[in-house]
Design a protein around this ligand. Sequence first.
Ligand SMILES: Nc1ncnc2c1ncn2[C@@H]1O[C@H](COP(=O)(O)OP(=O)(O)O)[C@@H](O)[C@H]1O
Ligand SMILES: [Mg+2]
Length: 306
Amino acid sequence: MTVNTDTATRERSRVALVTCAELPDLDPDDRLLIEPLRALGVEVTPVAWDAAGVDWASFGLVVLRSPWDYTSRRDEFVAWAARVPGLANPADIVRWNTDKRYLGELAAAGVPVVPTVWATDDTWTPPAGEAYVIKPAVGAGSLDTGRYRLGDPDEAKLAREHAARLVAAGRTVMIQPYLSAVDTYGETALLYLPDESGKLAFSHAIRKGAMLDGPDTGTTGLYKEETIKPRVPIDAELAVGAQALAAIPGGPDQLLYARVDVIPGEDGSPLLVELELTEPSLFLATAEGAAGRLAAAIATRTPARS
Ligand SMILES: Nc1ncnc2c1ncn2[C@@H]1O[C@H](COP(=O)(O)OP(=O)(O)O)[C@@H](O)[C@H]1O
Ligand SMILES: [Mg+2]
């Protein structure tokens, strides 16, 4: 990678911030990158990943941000990623990370992951506990995700129907115990960005309120509304974050950003729910200086146009 430090070179550098057709002007949080990038002499263009006729090679760096409509076209998205030069995060990571079966690999590597049953047909049984979650292995934005009370026959029927819908659409189904601590303590998202030396380091964290109030209702759109607040993570959460990052194929040094989402399990210790390396919301607005630091890292990694 060409590392680009002098301003004169940067003035000729171009960055694409990758979004989807529904968000042509990006998500408001990612718009916070535009001014600091321009101040560093970088020309910034939001581009939908599936826009026609884009010369991706004309950008020094192509940064994935809000291509959130890929979940129904994941194969197309992964193939697109493999064709784009200078993609951040890299295409191999995108392929690995857009199917939550990576959680099985991380569990096998010793990372504490929420216990998960994987189903491709209707032979699954719900886990013990008060309630359980059904969601697709390829999904985002809390869509196609539902919470079902164990022992409620009506909800058992809805759960079977939900899983059957996913299976019929060729999707792998994930069945997990509902981690009820999310209703009180919430979910913690740990955000990692490059530090001054360019190495990925913990940057900030947020609390996300519970997202599931019952069976899947087939909500459409790109994502469900979230309640976000800044949070200071506890050491046990940071430890799970470090373990998850260390277990990424190829290691964390190839990444421009990472997000680790954890919820306390039954004994209170954090369990990994998701490792977001593809298109995580980074919640830049919640942390002083975060947008500026990410912009600086992007500028540093952007080779000039040839
Ligand atoms: N096992 C679980 N226990 C409690 N809540 C869950 C569980 N799995 C998912 N959720 C809730 O659903 C949301 C979306 O699920 P997640 O696995 O993060 O998928 P995505 O964010 O990719 O749609 C989470 O933010 C969380 O609020
Ligand atoms: Mg999530």
